[in-house]
Write a protein that binds this ligand. Structure first.
Ligand SMILES: [Zn+2]
Length: 660
């Protein structure tokens, strides 16, 4: 038997778990029993599975008591049947007990206080990545998919939910009730969920045949409407996008007072940190509502991408999360087009650029030996860079071919496990483009390119190099396959794949503006030579999209930070934005101007103040100090940015006056 410290042997694989858990909220303990139906692939003298911080009371193999030992270090349970198990089906029964811990992992304890100050306890789970083994003994690896039949024995009056809908309820002699939930589809252990507590739920909403509810702490019903609205919209939108029906029977959205992550995509039983899901429509800001919309869409996107089709091992976490991030923005953009989610995502991408320009950055994907190695993947390079790379690919291929590729991938690998390359291959099969080669150049190399654009003779020359804040002359050159969209004048953008050191395009002799990274979806920065930069004048700016103008400003400020451009040149550029009304562009301008404020001194600083007043005063004048009824959400946010910018950085006397 192979005893790799990080991977369980594949000599016996679970087909189904019949799991009974009986939490006692008063003593914060639980007892449990699990029967695992196993497919023994070859004769074996022992069974090796995962268990952590559980008291194992008894183990039976095919009804016969079997000796076992717990290995603390590797979080394993080793069972030795009296005789080697022959190939075929076997049954493993384990009786165990545990503590509802305060670690927010496995089967844990959450609490809340009611208006009278009385504390109430909730027993709930968080399994990802490898804490299912804290709730019950199991094959706790993502490719050991099995059916879960969950039974809960709880005090009457408590609300209990799990992945499947409740199928049967019987009273026990001791006064408790036994609830049986429907079998799940075959899925990974990290998606198992159980929540038991004094909770309430909203009435069921029928979403084209899928019942949906929100489960929450009593007294919070009035905070659920927005979450429900976006969840109903997203579930429909994803069924449409993926072209595959929702893969389970119901959706419970559970708002918990204590939750370590933001939310968790347990199949049919999504758990949320309460503050990221419940909002008061009367008092919440646009920012808060957008965050809820993002998180809800993100988790529901996982029901297909992650739950139906799952990574083979934890190296695939990045793709799981990057894809859900991409879909969250796409769904949110469809839900509230006026929030311009793809434009504001530019800012989130800039945060990834910042980390990725450092010498200490990492490649998006890397080899993962132990599950703990994957914990470093839950960061800005996975979510924001990964999501931005998928957006770049989608826009290069075209949204509809990309969508068909994704749908092809999901139906090809439904109920199964994949490696990253399987997604690229499926999209490649549908589009005929070199998707795997292109994406490999982005996934396996750290950093991102700077694309330099210059006018040489009658050509536009594009060259790539790695963008760094600190140049490293000794580093070998990195090459990406860069999908560059170029717009010349008012013509439709041309798509060029810059896969070597340089690419050349004919440049018409008419001094028309040339915009590199047209549509603003590339994961690279752009530097123009003097001629090309001078062509991007006020008239050219007014013909550009918000995201394109955002990128122009953001790239320019990054060039200052990287010591490729003078701060005064940034001010020259900024001065051309006096007519700007877009929030995202203003956010980029403001962050550059504030940065410049820390760099320039003396006369230059006075010039900066004049530039700020010249730029921002007309904006504040237009917006006014008070919000009229029914003004767009983003306008209010822009006012909140403009007034302090004028008062503090612009040192404008009038806007410094206190509000009466
Ligand atoms: Zn996620």
């Amino acid at each position: 038997v192979n005893l790799d410290p990080y991977r369980l042997p594949r000599n016996a694989l679970p087909q189904r778990y019949d799991l009974t858990l009986a939490p006692d909220l008063g003593s914060a303990t639980f007892t449990g029993h699990v029967r695992v139906t196993l497919d023994v692939t070859e004769q074996t003298p022992l069974l090796v599975l995962n268990a952590n911080e559980l008291d194992i009371h008894e183990v039976l193999v095919n009804g016969e008591e079997a000796p076992f030992s717990s290995e603390i270090e590797t979080e394993r349970l080793v069972v030795t049947p009296s005789a080697p198990l022959p190939a075929g089906t076997a049954e493993l029964d384990i009786t165990f007990a545990g503590v509802l811990n305060d670690k927010l992992r496995g089967f844990y304890r959450s609490t809340y206080r009611d208006p009278d100050g009385v504390e109430h306890v909730i027993a709930t789970t968080q399994m990802q990545p490898t804490d299912c083994r804290r709730a019950f003994p199991c094959w706790d690896e993502p490719d050991c998919k099995a059916v879960f039949g969950v039974t809960l024995e709880v005090d009457p009056g408590l609300t209990a939910v799990s992945n499947g809908p409740e199928m049967a309820r019987e009273e026990l002699d001791d006064g408790r009730v036994r609830l049986r939930f429907a079998d799940t589809m075959p899925m990974s252990t990290y998606l198992v969920a159980v929540v038991v507590g004094p909770l309430e739920s909203t009435p069921e909403v029928d979403v084209d045949g899928v019942p949906m509810r929100i489960v929450h702490v009593p007294g919070n019903a009035h905070l659920t409407d927005f979450g429900m609205d976006v969840a109903v919209f997203s579930l429909r939108w994803f069924q449409d996008y993926y072209g595959i029906p929702y893969p389970s029977d119901k959706v419970d959205l559970v708002a918990l007072p204590d939750f370590a992550a933001g939310a968790m995509e347990n199949l049919g039983c999504v758990t949320f940190r309460e503050s990221l899901f419940l909002v008061d429509p009367a008092t919440s800001t646009q920012q808060e509502r957008q965050l809820v919309a993002d998180v809800v869409a993100h988790e529901l996107a996982h029901m297909w991408f992650g739950d139906l089709v799952t990574m083979r091992w934890w190296n695939g976490i990045w793709l799981n999360e990057a894809f859900a991030t991409f879909m969250e923005i796409a769904a949110c953009d469809a839900y509230r087009p006026d929030w311009q989610r793809w434009t504001t995502f530019g800012q989130e991408r800039s945060v990834a650029f910042e980390t990725d320009a450092l010498a200490s950055t990492r490649s998006v994907e890397y080899e993962v030996r132990s599950p703990a190695d994957s914990e470093g993947m839950f960061d800005v390079l996975t979510y924001q860079k990964g999501g931005a790379l998928l957006r770049m690919l989608e826009q290069y291929l075209g949204p509809e071919p990309f969508r068909r590729g994704v749908a092809h991938y999901l139906s090809l690998h439904a109920h199964s496990n994949t490696e990253t390359g399987d997604l690229w291959d499926a999209i490649e099969a549908v589009t005929g483009q070199p998707v795997r080669q292109l994406m490999d150049s982005w996934i396996w190399q750290p950093g991102f390119p700077l694309v330099r654009a210059s006018h040489e003779h009658d050509e536009l020359v594009l060259r790539q190099e790695r963008f760094r804040y600190l140049p490293d002359a000794a580093a070998p050159p990195t090459r990406w396959m860069v999908p560059v969209h170029v717009r010349m004048g008012s013509a439709a953008p041309v798509k060029v794949l810059l896969d070597g050191a340089e690419a050349r395009l004919p440049l018409p002799d008419d001094a028309a503006p040339v915009l590199v990274n047209a549509e603003g979806v590339g994961f690279y920065r752009v530097a123009y030579d003097e001629d090309l930069r001078s062509r991007l004048d006020t008239t050219a700016l007014s013909a550009m999209s918000s995201l394109e103008r955002y990128c122009l400003v953001d790239d320019a400020w990054a060039a200052v930070v990287a010591d490729r451009m003078e701060a005064s040149q940034f001010l020259d550029l900024a001065a051309g934005f006096a007519d700007e009304t877009d929030l995202a562009v203003w956010q980029a301008l403001a962050s550059g101007l504030r940065g410049a404020g820390r760099l320039v001194q003396g006369e230059d600083h006075e010039r900066l103040q004049r530039v700020v007043r010249h730029l921002v005063s007309p904006l504040v004048e237009r917006l006014g100090w008070d919000a009229p009824d029914g003004e767009p959400d983003l306008t209010g946010k822009l006012r909140g940015l403009a007034i302090p910018l004028l008062a503090v950085l612009g040192q404008d006397r009038e806007s410094q006056a206190p509000l009466s």
